[in-house]
Ligand binder design. Structure first.
Ligand code: AMP
Ligand code: ZN
Length: 113
């Protein structure tokens, strides 16, 4: 846990968020500035700054299972969804706490911008 970290604050309930699902390892909540009709963030409870610093297979496993379960819980499965993990400044990471963007509700393009 990092006192200064926004997503750590959400995980411990100190910062308000629209939490959808939580378990021992992860918290899923609505993105405050959605870029798709459905935009949810799934984060590990443990403070890890980015994907590049996450070397724990157990944590990755729980995080990805939580993403899939969250997608199911919010009804994204039928239409499909896109998962995005921005890692580092050039990839547009702005919050230094590992998070998976779960995006749905519109057609996405490829390659990503
Ligand atoms: P990234 O640019 O990949 O680091 O993504 C960070 C995401 O966090 C952005 O999509 C923001 O809209 C979102 N965000 C920032 N502050 C909050 C907040 N307080 N609650 C929910 N989402 C947030
Ligand atoms: Zn954090």
């Amino acid at each position: 846990m990092n006192e200064m970290c926004l997503f750590c604050g959400i995980c411990r309930g100190a910062v308000a968020a629209q939490v959808i699902r939580q378990d021992e390892w992860t918290v899923s909540f609505r993105d405050i500035n959605p870029v798709a009709p459905g935009h949810v963030l799934v984060v590990p409870r443990k403070h890890v700054p980015s994907a590049a610093q996450c070397d724990d297979p157990e944590m990755w496993g729980h995080l990805m299972c939580a993403v899939v379960e969250t997608a199911r819980a919010v009804g994204f499965e039928e239409r499909g969804y896109r998962l995005v993990v921005n890692c580092g400044e050039e990839a547009c990471q702005t919050i230094p706490h590992l998070h998976v963007h779960l995006l749905s509700g519109r057609r996405f393009s490829w390659p990503p911008g």
